[in-house]
Design a protein around this ligand. Structure first.
Ligand code: 5GP
Ligand code: ZN
Length: 114
């Protein structure tokens, strides 16, 4: 756990969140400021700052989060599809520097991604 990391504090239960899924390696909860009818964040329990910090040693954890996202999307009945987003760095709009995957669904997404 990294001091002063919001998502480490959420994973530790120090800051409340609306949990939708948890296993030994990842935790998923509803975004506080949803940008779609369903907006869930999937985070590894281990602190990794962003995709930019992934390497051969820890990349399996990101794969695990994506597999969890697929399970969560099915659980949330996002049968029509959904978007997975991971903002990496300030220019991409990353505001919390603990790796997370946004699951956005429940509406037709914009064709433009940027
Ligand atoms: P980013 O901009 O880094 O890709 O995404 C961070 C996300 O975390 C944002 O969508 C923001 O709404 C969400 N967020 C920020 N603080 C909190 C919080 O305290 N609780 C929850 N559930 N979500 C948060
Ligand atoms: Zn963290």
């Amino acid at each position: 756990m990294k001091n002063d990391c919001l998502f480490c504090a959420i994973v530790a239960g120090e800051i409340p969140s609306t949990k939708v899924y948890e296993d030994d390696q990842c935790y998923a909860f509803r975004d506080i400021n949803p940008q779609a009818p369903t907006h869930i964040l999937v985070v590894p329990k281990e602190h990794i700052a962003s995709v930019a910090q992934l390497n051969e040693e820890n990349a399996a954890l990101a794969g695990h989060c994506l597999a969890a996202a697929a399970k969560i999307a099915a659980q949330e009945n996002l049968d029509g599809g959904y978007r997975i987003v991971s903002n990496c760095g300030a220019d991409a709009g990353q505001t919390v520097f603990h790796l997370h995957f946004h699951i956005l669904g429940g509406k037709r997404m914009d064709e433009k991604m940027a």
